[in-house]
Design a binder for this molecule. Sequence first.
Ligand SMILES: Cc1cc2nc3c(=O)[nH]c(=O)nc-3n(C[C@H](O)[C@H](O)[C@H](O)COP(=O)(O)O)c2cc1C
Length: 188
Amino acid sequence: MIKIKVIAGSVRPGRFNIQPATWITDIAKKHQDIEVELIDLQELNLPFYNEPQPAMMGNYQHDHTKKWAKMIAEADGFIFVTPEYNHSYSPVLANAISYLNVEWNYKPVSFVSYGSVAGGARAVEHLRGIAGELRMFDLRDQVLFPNYYFNLDENGKYKFTEQESESANTMLVELSTWAKKLKTARES
Ligand SMILES: Cc1cc2nc3c(=O)[nH]c(=O)nc-3n(C[C@H](O)[C@H](O)[C@H](O)COP(=O)(O)O)c2cc1C
């Protein structure tokens, strides 16, 4: 079993984020080689980065950082679920990522994104640059939801399609494959 953590990257009241984050978590639960956990940054409630030293020093002072570091250190791979804000990813995700360094290293990351016409693609392109700096392995396959708001029912629930589930499964197979290989590599 490999441990995958899904990180829900919006804390906005009325956020759409929790819908795709829960959806991808539920699909991942059906993969027998994956143990998945959804991390909701709204619940985690990290303050703006307030460690005295840069994360790369690994000398964390605050309990909230130590708790967050433990959650990420035990993971073998990640799915970042991000909205697109001003053609980039959400500030709450940037903040959470910045808190840590070594805990992200040599682990794969996949992406679920949403927004208007670009479906969050521009947010993910920026996250790929961050992944490089953190020695993460960003995987090509991702799930995008362009203009998602046209596909909500009267209760605001998104109607996920079969094609989107297929894309999710392709992404999850890729993620679990590389999570296993990189786990072995880290252990050696
Ligand atoms: C500050 C801000 C900037 C935004 N900029 C973009 C953008 O550049 N591209 C886009 O597709 N959507 C943009 N949007 C629309 C968001 O994608 C949309 O509101 C989405 O629902 C936000 O995710 P959330 O509901 O999970 O918080 C922006 C929304 C906010 C709040």
